[in-house]
Design a protein around this ligand. Structure first.
Ligand SMILES: [Zn+2]
Length: 498
């Protein structure tokens, strides 16, 4: 008999310091899928759900799809969203629970709702309660993002969680395939335990790239332990997501094993030591724009653009993507050949109304809130207008982990003057794939300066074309200086190099 698997997805990385809430509208934008649409809407799109469903097809599992919801990283999720998910998912669970071999979820792991700090843990707890009440024992597994803020409930009330191993998340789809493989084994024999080790470290996104320490060393040791002990199903090294003011915020590790609990805990302690011995890279410093430009001017002109990385308005971390903290002062210096992207639907509408080739005088950016600079006045011409749809050039882009390979930026416009070429978007899209610019007729390769609103996730796309790359300190709520954020629930965790 074919295995029957109940399937769902819920994906959001929640920045609790942003003032705008994330509601049904934002989830509708990314597409809420219900029933069979969950399967047809994912197969072939390069996402983690695609990874799981493709593996399931090779095993002839009967997938019972319930619901899948995702939205771009942004502010606290409304209760309505979680209620909508719960209604569809638990209805499916109640209907099918006597007749399934397991439950598999595609989650982020750092979702916070207006009234629930630990959304994923709460879902696992509820699944466990409902199955327990009926005396049903089946594996409940999930693939999660490396930036998940994992709670004890997430490991206590699931059978196995499996996280991405790379940041940028080029392995997101593959991680889902690996998770599906483990899940396969769990449906034969679900006798495993999970152990969770939270740490006291909250690390900003800039300190969590996996080609640098501390992640690199901790991950290498985790892989060595996995390979050396056949009892271990997986060890997850969770970088965490710093912009969530919740008790479970931060770096954690967990292990799923068929072996001895003390041995597993010993491994986690060993990994904690590796982390603590490699913390120096966890809190990188950023220079002011003036200091960076001074350095640039002292060197010979590089082959390729100078990347000005702007982590404070890291779109993949949830900020609005309309920050002018680098763009405004850079334009004020009179520099030329600048490429930038600003999310500004209002400005896009003005450009579309004016038409291709029109000369415009408008203010762009910094319209979402007061934390991301001031609007910048631009005199420019409209060089391109489009519907903003494009396909990822790199199918394993970090962006595919969040929204698959077909991306919709909403209506877009490109404006140009003697200083800059600026892509204006209607939906914020993180700079994780060059297709975003190429599709709009912009070649960042030919620029002198490219402003990149990211922390780490841009690297696969932008590092190969860069002549040089600088992290620039600017204004915004994805600041790497966590000491400036008004945390209330961290209970003495370390948020800086100290
Ligand atoms: Zn992530």
């Amino acid at each position: 008999m074919n295995k029957r698997v109940l399937f769902a997805g819920l994906f959001h990385e929640t920045h609790t310091f942003l003032h705008q809430k994330t509601g049904m509208e934002q989830f509708h934008e990314a597409g809420i899928k219900i029933g069979q649409d969950v399967i047809s809407g994912n197969l072939g799109n390069g996402s983690p759900a695609d990874g799981f469903l493709s593996y399931a097809a090779t095993q002839n599992w009967d997938i019972i799809p319930t619901i899948q919801m995702a939205a771009s990283p942004s502010g606290a999720v409304t209760n309505e969203v979680l209620e909508f998910f719960n209604q569809h998912f638990f209805e499916g669970l109640e209907r099918e629970c006597q007749n399934i071999d397991g439950i598999f979820l595609v989650l982020h792991g750092a979702m916070v709702c207006e009234s629930v700090d630990d959304v994923e843990g709460t879902i696992f707890r509820e699944i466990n309660r409902r199955l327990g009440a009926k005396g049903i024992s089946i594996p409940v597994a999930a693939v999660i993002d490396l930036h998940a803020n994992v709670s004890r409930d997430m490991t206590d009330f699931s059978t196995c969680i499996y996280s991405y191993r790379k940041n940028p998340h080029s392995d997101a789809r593959d991680a889902a395939v690996q998770a599906a493989r483990l899940f396969d084994g769990l449906m034969q024999n679900g006798d495993v335990t999970q152990h969770h080790l939270p740490t006291s470290y909250v690390i900003p996104p800039t300190g969590l790239g996996t080609s640098a320490d501390p992640m690199q060393s901790v991950l290498a040791q985790a892989r060595a332990i996995e390979q050396g002990d056949p009892d271990i199903l997986c060890i997850n090294v969770m970088g965490g997501y710093a912009y969530a003011d919740i008790a479970d915020c931060g770096f954690s590790m967990n292990i799923c094993t068929r072996g001895d609990a003390d041995v597993a805990r010993g491994y986690l302690d060993e990994l904690l030591l590796v982390l603590e011995n490699n913390l120096s890279g966890a809190y990188p410093s950023e220079a002011t724009l003036d200091a960076v430009l001074l350095q640039v001017d002292q060197k010979s002109r590089p082959l390729g653009p100078v990347l000005l990385i702007e982590p404070a308005d890291n779109i993949g971390g949830g900020t609005p993507g309309d920050g002018t903290g680098i763009l405004a002062p850079l334009l004020a210096t009179g520099r030329k050949n600048i490429v930038a992207v600003i999310n500004d639907p209002e400005a896009v509408a003005i450009c579309h109304a004016a038409g291709l080739g029109a000369n415009i005088d408008l203010k762009i950016g910094a319209k979402t809130d007061k934390f991301h600079g001031e609007p910048v006045r631009i005199l420019a011409s409209v060089k391109n207008i489009s519907d903003g749809k494009f396909e990822l050039e790199n199918k394993q882009s970090h962006l595919a982990s969040m929204m698959g390979i077909y991306i919709n930026m909403g209506p877009c416009a490109v404006i140009e003057n003697q200083h800059a070429l600026i892509l204006l978007t209607s939906r914020k899209i993180a700079p994780m794939d060059l297709g975003q610019l190429h599709s709009q007729g912009i070649r960042p390769e030919d620029a002198d300066f490219v402003i990149v609103k990211a922390a780490v996730s841009h690297k696969d796309a932008y590092d190969p074309i860069a002549g040089a790359s600088y992290y620039v300190d600017s204004t915004g709520l994805c600041t790497s200086n966590l000491t400036t954020l008004p945390y209330k629930k961290l209970r003495g965790k370390q948020i800086s190099a100290q």
